[in-house]
Write a protein that binds this ligand. Structure first.
Ligand code: DP6
Length: 362
């Protein structure tokens, strides 16, 4: 597949108006995407667990109009939201070549998250993928396509992921479940242009994997992911890091097949700390972890050693801690979280989630 394959060449404007609705999940990377080239092409491959309960629900209502401008309104949790508009404007500009009907309709984008507002959880992955899916359903309508065959479904998902990527890189991993790979590499079937379901074997140990998201800091990040990615240009350790991600993807593929939980823990934690090490060693440098992030990490290490547990942590570009563990340990780990980790969460807040199957049309 190339970019050309995603250009919509003909469609009809017989539809005056309509509405579509999707729910799309967040995802948590095991091997991290950090650093990108032009047009949202990743510098290295990444793999993530799709989440189940942390989702964005978006309804797009479209109404035919006469002028040739972009026209849209955004509502967040029922209220008109001006703050999201510039991001959507940029997104529309990037995807216009592939979704040409953007100028033919006025769009009302009504969106809400299942996770608390300003929880510090990145909503760009679920948010951008939800809009991309809505636009794909409109494309289906304007081309009279009934997506029923496997080939059509696969094109629908690939293009949705391709469009989502242009909104936010990690969003391309939110269309399908349960493990998704993005970025060309030697170990898996993959593309730089869109995320694909991991095609390797997955051991029962990794079925229904759990993710407890500990909300350490719900404030606005000092440095956005987009700025962080840019700081990988000219970063002294960039090339080493990109090649390490290729190696880690190859290793994690083997681990997912063998069910080796101890090896999984090592790669996942190393990836999280490497991500933050890249931030700390860029110029300008920055730190997104907070003191409580480190407190939690140390507690997790103590607990793991004492109980021979397979609990581990990962981080995205923020201070919150994703605590990952096999379903078999669910009860004990939640007791540990309640008794020892909640104290480090802002207002005691955490979210219980697990691996999910991907986006759903509502
Ligand atoms: C640290 O996808 O938010 O979560 O492409 O600029 O929108 P943009 O960045 P974004 O980067 C997130 C990176 C990460 C790691 C990951 O999800 O792989």
């Amino acid at each position: 597949m190339t970019e050309q394959d995603f250009i919509l060449k003909s469609y009809n404007l017989n539809t005056e108006s309509g509405s579509v609705k999707w729910s799309s999940p967040s995802n948590i990377a095991l091997v991290k995407y950090w650093g990108k080239k032009e047009h949202q092409i990743p510098e290295n491959p990444s793999i993530s667990f799709t989440l189940s309960d942390c989702k964005t629900i978006t309804e797009v209502t479209y109404t035919k109009k006469a002028d040739n401008n972009f026209s849209f309104d955004v509502y967040f949790e029922g209220e008109k939201n001006e703050a999201f508009k510039p991001k959507i404007q940029t997104f529309f500009e990037r995807i216009e070549a592939y979704i040409p009907f953007l100028r033919d309709y006025h769009f009302k984008i009504d969106t809400s998250n299942t996770f608390p507002h300003s929880s510090g959880i990145a909503s760009s992955a679920s948010g951008m993928s939800a809009i991309a899916l809505c636009l794909m359903s409109i494309e289906e309508k304007l081309t009279n396509t009934v997506t029923s065959s496997t080939v059509e479904k696969s094109y629908f998902n690939q293009k949705a992921s391709f469009i989502a990527r242009l909104g936010s890189g990690s969003a391309c991993r939110s269309i399908e479940g349960e493990l998704v790979v993005w970025g060309e590499n030697k170990s898996t079937d993959s593309s730089d242009l869109f995320g694909v379901r991991f095609d390797g074997e997955v051991h029962a140990n990794f079925q229904d994997y759990q993710d407890a998201i500990l909300l350490v800091d719900k404030g606005e990040k000092q440095v956005s992911s987009t700025v962080g990615h840019k700081l990988m240009f000219g970063h002294p350790f960039a090339e080493e890091r990109f090649s390490q991600a290729h190696d880690n993807l190859a290793k994690i593929k083997e681990i997912l097949a063998s069910g080796d939980l101890k090896a999984f823990v090592k790669i996942v934690e190393s990836e999280a700390l490497t991500l933050h090490a890249m931030m700390m060693t860029s110029m300008p440098y920055f730190i997104l972890m907070k003191p409580n992030t480190l407190e939690i990490i140390n507690k997790i290490w103590e607990y793991r050693a004492k109980n021979n547990s397979n609990i581990c942590f990962t981080l995205d570009a923020g201070a919150n801690v994703h605590v990952l563990f096999p379903k078999a340990e669910k009860q004990q780990v939640y007791e540990f979280i309640k008794s020892e980790l909640v104290a480090y969460c802002q207002n005691g807040h955490y979210i219980c989630d697990s691996v999910g199957k991907g986006a759903k049309r509502l």
